[in-house]
Design a protein around this ligand. Structure first.
Ligand code: VGL
Ligand code: ZN
Length: 219
């Protein structure tokens, strides 16, 4: 007979057995890269302050993963790739609304590297995003058109993760979109406010309301 550990009955006393993977909670550390820190190409005000906070909380999770914005030069989200575009104005890219960002997180540049002060000892996998020049990718799960998955959802589900806690930069873009997609994918999801900073404070206030209304929590 084919024996598989997931068929072991759950022992209520020890908590052992039962499903192959017990309910797990994961920390997702979003885009802690030099370009998002003060002095970087797309700086988030006081973005550096989240790093010691993130380092302190990592060991409270069963699993820690990170994301990395990883654009080719001349990525379609860069204002420099569009004739006459102003920084931060809204245009379109492949039929989707697109903010015209300064060049940032260009592959193999210092600005794209994960910050050395981030303790990576517990980070099991780094999921890269934003490689396709024709579409931006705020969420760690999918590109903005949801055409391609990064593999993060399958990875987390394969590990038995039920709840994700999202931190990092920037609160109103990649953190928010990652947390919203997590809810859509059936995870419980929170945003850790002390461990994130926004590009726009008002943008993040609106994002938080959307996230709470969708069933997320802010801790
Ligand atoms: C991000 C804008 C453009 C982020 C990435 O990490 O929040 N924001 N690319
Ligand atoms: Zn980007």
């Amino acid at each position: 007979m084919l024996w598989f550990p997931s068929f072991e009955p759950l022992n209520e006393q020890t908590g052992k057995g039962g499903r192959y993977n017990q309910a797990m909670k994961a920390l997702i550390i979003v885009d802690i890269q030099y370009d998002f820190l003060p002095g970087g190409a797309l700086p988030v005000e006081r973005g550096d302050e989240v790093i010691p906070v993130i380092n302190r909380i990592q060991d409270k999770y069963d699993l820690v993963v990170a994301t990395q914005d990883w654009h080719p030069a001349k990525h379609g989200s860069f204002a420099s790739a569009h004739k006459g575009a102003q920084l931060f104005e809204e245009r379109t890219l492949g039929g989707l609304p697109q903010v015209m960002w300064p060049d940032h997180c260009v592959q193999m540049t210092h600005g794209a590297e994960l910050v050395a002060d981030l303790d990576q000892r517990l980070v099991e996998v780094v999921f890269r995003k934003g490689m396709d020049p024709k579409i931006d990718s705020y969420s760690g799960f999918f590109d903005n058109g949801r055409k391609k998955a990064t593999g993060l959802a399958d990875y987390l589900k394969g590990k038995g993760v039920e709840a994700v806690h999202v931190c990092g930069l920037a609160a109103d873009y990649c953190v928010y979109y990652t947390a919203m997609d997590a809810l859509d994918l059936g995870f419980k999801a929170s945003i850790i406010e002390a461990a994130t900073r926004p590009i726009s404070a008002t943008g993040f206030e609106a994002a938080k309301q959307e996230f709470l209304a969708r069933g997320g929590w802010v801790e």
